[in-house]
Design a protein around this ligand. Sequence first.
Ligand SMILES: [Zn+2]
Length: 204
Amino acid sequence: MHLVPQQDEVVDILRKTGALRDGHFEYPNGLHSNEYMQIALAMRYHRIAKTLSVGLSRLLRANPEIRAMIPELSIVCPDTGGSPVAYGICEALQAHQVYWAERNDEHEPFHFRQYLEQTPGEKVLIVDDILRSGRKLGELKALLESKGAEVVGLAVMIYQPTPRTIDFSPLPFYYLAKLDALYSQDAEHCDFCRKGLPLEKVWI
Ligand SMILES: [Zn+2]
């Protein structure tokens, strides 16, 4: 294993832990795909979580601007998938603090715990396990900025873009592996549906 795990090493870990699955899946937003990813299945093993977090932190450290901010850097994630990644990166970087945003259901806006307040100009690195549509991270970024924080970058274990993924450029963006799944916008446009392959509905 390389110090920063390479794409094929990451994919191998994901497959072996059951986090990456091949098949015919329908996402809650209606997209059909040939791949499903549930990174929590890989992150349940502490040794693997640590390898991936340390690898991602090395990519971040290689950016001189981010490296210079580490003593004052906040690592912020949406709960719950991002939490092990955020804690792993905070530990590896020895960053200032780590916290998360939460909500009771996905139709509600994100909020922070009571008394958890951003300092003006607080430097924040947003972290999550995966970036797919980017909707969640976009909401978190807007919330942080509305509270006076400055988002300085995004880091995720896996980047699995869809036709609807938000573009966060010019924000620095880091990931360990990029997976290009096949997506169809609905059943009507899906080759697997046309072939009559059994469909599995996934929750997130
Ligand atoms: Zn389909």
